[in-house]
Design a protein around this ligand. Structure first.
Ligand code: PRP
Ligand code: MN
Ligand code: MG
Length: 179
């Protein structure tokens, strides 16, 4: 285990199993219809690539960078689009893929935006959710795990840009962010 990690919340094997379950549900629900997976950079990348490979349907990949965090541990409450989708979403079924829903601010801005652009449907898949932190309700169709309000990293999730490559999800030691 990495020296900055206090505790492993989900092992590689646990994540893999849950991702497969989500992929089966998505496969069943879309029933062969094309779906555009919209990954939210950067945190969702790991979940996105694993999830995509469990879905049996015609899938397209697209990515967006829209962040509500800086380098710190708290949400700024506003949304910045740094990179937009390439796809013309009109008439398309979109599945937005996130690593974590915290306050819900990011997706509460993003979902209406994609609907206004004429997407036929916009659903959400997230690996993690912190319900105790929610400021805005967002309807999540595919939710991997609900977690307590701990600072988690790994499997795409970062602190100050680091730890994204850890293959598990762990809780960061307090001394790492309490300078
Ligand atoms: C994190 C996370 C979600 C968002 C969730 O991204 O990956 O995208 O914050 O927070 P919210 O529900 O409070 O809006 P971050 O802004 O840290 O960027 P990153 O994915 O590049 O790490
Ligand atoms: Mn993110
Ligand atoms: Mg982040």
């Amino acid at each position: 285990m990495h020296q900055d990690i206090k505790e492993i919340l989900f092992t590689e094997a646990q994540i893999k199993q849950r991702v497969q379950e989500l992929g089966r549900a998505i496969t069943r629900d879309y029933a062969g219809k094309p779906v555009v997976l919209c990954g939210i950079l950067k945190g969702a990348v790991t979940f996105f690539t694993d999830l995509a490979r469990t879905i049996e349907a015609p899938v397209q990949f697209d990515f967006m960078s829209c962040s509500s965090y800086g380098d710190g541990t708290t949400s700024s409450g506003s949304l910045t689009i740094r990179k937009d989708l390439d796809t013309d979403v009109r008439g398309k079924d979109l599945l937005v893929v996130e690593d974590i829903i915290d306050t819900g601010v990011t997706l509460s801005h993003l979902v209406p935006l994609l609907q206004e652009r004429g997407a036929r449907s916009v659903k959400l898949a997230t690996l993690l959710s912190k319900p105790s932190r929610r400021q805005v309700e967002v309807p999540v169709t595919y939710n991997g795990f609900e977690i307590p309000d701990a600072f988690v990293v790994g499997y795409g999730l970062d602190y100050a840009g680091l730890y994204r490559n850890l293959p598990y999800i762990g809780v960061l030691k307090e001394n790492v962010y309490q300078a």
